[in-house]
Design a protein around this ligand. Sequence first.
Ligand SMILES: [Zn+2]
Length: 832
Amino acid sequence: MAGARVAPGSAFRAGPEEEPFLVLRGTMAGSGVAPKATALKHRRTALERVEKFISGTYFLDCNLRGRLFGDACPLESISCCETPHRIPYHVAVKQEFRPIKVGDSFGCTWHTCWFKVELSVPKEWTGKEVHLLWESEGESMVWKNGQPVQGLTTEGEKTSYILTESLKGSDPHSLTLYVEVACNGLFGAGKGSMIAPPDPDRKFSLNKAELVVYNRDVHELLVDFEILLDMAKLLGEENQRSFQALYAANQMVNLCDVTNPQTFPAARELASSLFSQKNGESQHVIHAMGHCHIDSAWLWPYEETIRKCARSWVSVVRLMEKNPEFTFVCSQAQQFEWVKNWYPGLYATIENFVKEGRFVPVGGTWVEMDGNLPSGESMVRQFLQGQRFFQQEFGMLCQEFWLPDTFGYSAQLPQVMRGCGIQRFLTQKLSWNLVNTFPHNTFFWEGIDGSRVLTHFPPADSYGLTGRVEEMLKTMKNNRDKGRVNHSAALFGFGDGGGGPTQEMLDRLSRMKDTDGLPRVRMSVPDRLFSALEEEAAQLCTWVGELFLELHNGTYTTHGQIKKGNRDCERLLHDVEVLSSIAVSRRPSFPYPSAQLQRLWRLLLLNQFHDVLPGSCIQLVAEDAMRYYTALVNVPSLGYCAVQDSLPPARPVMVTREADGSVVMENGLLHARLDAMGRVSSLCLADSKRESIPEGGWANQFVLFDDIPLYWDAWDVMDYHLETRKAITCLLKPLEIAQPGGLRGSVTFSLRIGENSSLLQEVILDSASPCICFRTQVEWKEAHKFLKVEFPVKVRSPHATYEIQFGHLQRPTHWNTSWDWARFEVRRCLSP
Ligand SMILES: [Zn+2]
């Protein structure tokens, strides 16, 4: 075999007689770098050879990955104390600590375990990079000299605290650190599955805690190999860059003697010469931005989010110190306020990076709220309170609205944004659509009044990328506005306590700045991205109306008490503000309760977070939300006065039983007929006699459906549930007249829903009122069932009109297209 004739490392060029063998030419390697061996023609063995050379599973005894860590030594001592509360550092360090060793378990869910770590770095490690390696379940924060210094989480690929990048003889070799471990995972502590209720008895374990020498040169080389391998695999056999990357990587394996780091620079230079081969001018540009999407409460309570923010952001500032180009975008004024109040030292560091334009506040809202349920006023207040905070703290207003993760977007949002000085919007959630693929990534979104905002969906359909070649290629290929715009965003970093970006992600991206065959990737900020998009905006398309998410439709009915609390408090704050304003206008000395109202508004806005108001949170969060509403009800009172009895009505209500057993309720305006089960068979305006119930139909008909989604239990209600409709017809107590008339007439009845569930309803008609009121009390003990009540109407219209914030919206009542039937809840009533 020809290969056998080539001595390893010898210069060799194939002559004409070796034609079948491919040759790596000198262009990549630069001059005088690497002697080249024949790149043999078997693509698969070459690929797998490189894979094994960096594998974390195979051949660790002789491959490069196995050399990532050098010498190790155990810690001097580890002790711990456990508490059910989230206590501050200065309280924690005064607790009594007991010895614990690696392999022991601790905790139960939601507890905190504080570890006291005493360590001594061996003198002979001088000149080496030394890490504290810490692998435990739960989410950890390292404290040094009373300050948080590093967030650690195995799930977020953060298991090292860098003690020194190069140990000096003069450095203190002995140190005491504290590690605060929260007994919950990145995604809470669901029993069995992520979104299941938390397992209260879960145990957590400390799997590794030691000092190690970290070989940075091995790390850099591993990243080089990984990028080349990804290029080789993903660019495809039709692309010559795939082969160039593969042969370069193969050659690098030839060059590397893993036992001799002196051989590494030549391999690195070979990689670097390939990475520095540039693209043509037209190549797509990706704006990479570090990010860490932290849900303000979801599978964990608000209090844990405060610590998640600190753990994540301290990791971000550590990376910023080492990587001058690194930028990070961060939303939700509330989270900044939390860190300001609870971690002032960290906050001061963040403030400096904000000034440098690298830690970039985005979004302009108090929290990333639900996009459909808050009232118009609440949406305005989200921006008002958010922008006010960012202006006061950082002297800046956000230029873009940032809501990557909520369950649909009201058609009123463009107008609200424009009214709040924002003309740009970023999300990606519509990539979760179950039925239709949204046709754009960059477009103008037009609201109900014609307001338009430039909108961008990062084409990789994620806000938690890891900086891999695959994701950058997807960003380029998936862009549905190719030819219109040539810029997109790539948001990278572990969210929800994963601590955001890692050094590895930054190192990957730095190799893709401008490498022929890959999109250009640059560190960026939203302003740079949107400015570039604005320059190209002439050819962009416009999407009119709501951005409807074809998933999670069940969140509009889950945890109804949170939704009711929100609406009640919105009304309450509105009333207090109106009455306070009237009071000020009548008596200028009246002390308008601004500070108190701001505090209460912020509490209400917090509960509008996109996993709280929709009800997609755990019970613990729902309880917090209800407590906040209770606090909100204690708004300042504004006095009262007695109301005079009104005069007897001109047209009293009459409630009468007919011969056939039905009951008629009328007040001169309305005429309604109900049967023994409380179903309305006829409803007429008295003047016109126009019937509004279709022939043979029933209004106020209770119906039960199965509610078993594909995965997101209680978040989703699937279209097929409509096929399981069962009318509820089991009477517990037939309709009887409760109030026969006068100012008010009413009837009551009761139905059995299931084995243990029932409902009691009072139907009320008031004098001079054009409305019938239905008050329903449900004793609900069903699982995976969905109770609805139907009101069919004798109106034919291809559209139904819905109230949204400060306006209305029409949705089709037919299912002509896939876009129509994906909104299956907006439907003609199918009964009877
Ligand atoms: Zn979220």
